[in-house]
Design a protein around this ligand. Structure first.
Ligand code: ADP
Ligand code: MG
Length: 340
């Protein structure tokens, strides 16, 4: 048989291929593959279940990522997928692959960050698995959470005229990574040079210590708003907008001048000869929330300091549009992070 390269399918093509080979057999399986978390009917509520794996190399570089931060981030990115369903996180299990490069003290440091995240997101660590690994560090986390049945937010529910909302700011984690990579090069070429990161504190912090936006989930609950659709922004907002479009069967229209970009992100992008808007649209690891609301809910959210209204939904799923600052209409493209 001919050998096919995974890169030809890409990550999403591969997931699609896997998903086609499995059907749901249990009546309790409400939703399997295809959203930020699987949805399981447990009676009066839905149980949410998700998993995310971080691997040394593609996901993190320990020459500039402190283990404590890494532990925090590993938990936060999982909590983010529960937040994306409008749910509350509850328990996690953690599986570790460790090469002999890592000491007991290193594992302690990693778990210090994990503990801080458990405290901050109010989740319990309830198990895991530990194994040796030929090289590097692998952290795989499973998370479960819960959501009331009438409060769940899928990627599939965006409706014509809904307002598109994004939390926080975009592209900062990506710019933080660019700074860390640049400083690493400087450090490697001259170990006596200490990296000067003070100027980049915010964006480096966004890369090293992302927060899952559970605060937004609670704010929405308090405002009695259920988003019509929601996804967390892990691969860049352009890619996530296209997921909402494809899975809801609608088109998105977003305005470049409405994209929330922090000043430090903007300045650092310019300094590195990058386009700040491209970084905001495609830089990964923001772990903010992208959601849509019925226009009738706008009044309740319009004064929220950290929710930005970036566009709206229209009927044509083949027309995903970006309106530039000059008023030009261009096709929204995702150039986000690809694994293969
Ligand atoms: P996210 O970025 O929110 O973590 P992903 O893009 O990783 O989501 O995954 C999209 C969907 O595909 C999810 O429902 C996830 O559970 C599923 N998925 C990803 N990888 C696999 C796999 N190897 N086998 C089965 N399902 C998978
Ligand atoms: Mg997600």
């Amino acid at each position: 048989m001919e050998r096919s390269e995974i890169s030809k399918l890409g990550e999403f093509g591969l997931i699609d291929r896997i998903s086609k080979r499995f059907e749901k057999n249990l009546s309790s399986t409400v939703l399997g593959i295809g959203d930020d978390a699987a949805v399981i009917d447990i009676g009066n509520e839905y149980l949410l279940m998700s998993t995310d794996m971080l691997i040394e190399g593609p996901h993190f570089n320990l020459s500039y990522v402190p283990l404590k931060h890494l532990g925090y981030k590993a938990v936060a990115v999982n909590v983010s997928d529960i937040a994306a369903m409008n749910g509350r996180p509850e328990q996690i299990t953690i599986s570790l692959g460790l090469s002999n490069r890592f000491s007991v003290e290193a594992v302690d440091e990693l778990y210090e960050g994990i503990k801080a995240a458990c405290k901050s997101f109010n989740v319990d660590l309830v198990g895991g698995d530990t194994t040796s690994s030929p090289a590097g560090l692998t952290i795989a986390i499973n998370i479960i959470g819960r959501v009331a049945k009438d409060q769940i937010a899928y990627r599939t529910g965006a409706k014509v005229n809904d307002i598109i909302c994004a939390t926080g700011d975009l592209g900062a984690a990506y710019m933080g990574l660019q700074v860390l990579e640049r400083e690493k090069e400087v450090f490697l070429s001259n170990p006596n040079m200490q990296p000067d990161l003070e100027k980049y504190e915010y964006i480096v912090g966004r890369q090293l210590k992302p927060e899952a936006r559970m605060d937004i989930v609670y704010d929405l609950l308090e405002s009695k708003i259920v988003p019509t659709s929601m996804i967390d922004i892990s691969d860049g907002i352009a890619s996530e907008l296209l997921h909402i479009s494809a899975q809801s069967g609608v088109g998105v229209k977003v305005f470049e001048d409405k994209l929330p970009i922090d000043g430090q992100t903007y300045e650092t992008a310019v300094e590195m000869n990058l386009d700040p808007v491209t970084c905001a649209l495609n830089g990964g690891e923001d772990y903010e929330l992208l959601f849509t609301i019925n226009p009738s809910e706008y009044e309740k959210l319009k004064n929220h300091p950290d929710i930005h209204f970036i566009g709206h939904i229209h009927s044509d799923a083949s027309q995903n549009l970006l309106i530039t600052k000059q008023g030009n209409v261009v096709a929204l493209k995702a150039q986000g992070w690809t694994h293969f």
